[in-house]
Ligand binder design. Structure first.
Ligand SMILES: [Fe+2]
Length: 180
């Protein structure tokens, strides 16, 4: 039997209950790749017939993590931003996502302005998953029709997040649902 959403969620619970740190998250990342290898899952949750938008597939009431399907229509480049105290794992379903991590090159003493430089960049192709650890400043860049499944450590709408304007260096608080 193929690896399905129920099995994935059950394994996430086991991994994150045992170790909510990088080791448990790495197990989640690897299992997300297993899930995305299941073409029935990809068709059902990220296929051509699935309406555009952000869909919550699962939320864990005890551990707080969420599994979301991002059914994108139009290409998008996100501004660099963080997820506050939450980590996020992105698993590509269709097309690709360029994943960029940024380092602050100022002393981070000013919470209104920041200077960033790209630290790491890689392309997620279908079936692959990548992780942004908690607090990591990152951005994503994807073409039309790119679809992915994202697992976050908690509901990002409930936590403080900031985004960075690369031109001006300004730091802005993010509103719920604003970016991924
Ligand atoms: Fe993000």
């Amino acid at each position: 039997m193929s690896y399905d959403l129920d099995q994935f969620v059950s394994d996430c619970r086991t991994s994150l209950a045992r170790d909510p740190g990088p080791r448990g998250r790495e197990e989640v990342r690897l299992n997300l790749e297993r899930l995305l290898a299941n073409q029935d899952f990809v068709r059902q949750y990220c296929g051509d017939d699935v309406p555009q938008g952000l869909k919550l597939l699962y939320e864990d009431k005890d551990l707080g993590f969420q599994v979301l399907a991002h059914i994108n229509d139009k290409a998008r480049v996100s501004p660099p931003h963080d997820h506050g105290a939450s980590w996020a794992i992105y698993g590509q379903a269709t097309k690709y996502t360029d994943m960029i991590e940024w380092d602050r090159v100022d002393d981070a003493g000013d919470d209104k302005h920041a200077q960033l430089k790209p630290a790491k960049k890689y392309r997620l192709l279908p079936g692959h998953a990548g992780i942004y650890q908690d607090g990591k400043i990152h951005s994503i860049d994807y073409p039309d029709q790119a679809r992915f499944v994202r697992v976050t450590g908690t509901n990002l709408d409930n936590i403080h997040r900031v985004r960075f304007d690369l031109k001006t260096g300004e730091v802005h608080r993010m509103t719920p649902q604003q970016a991924t």
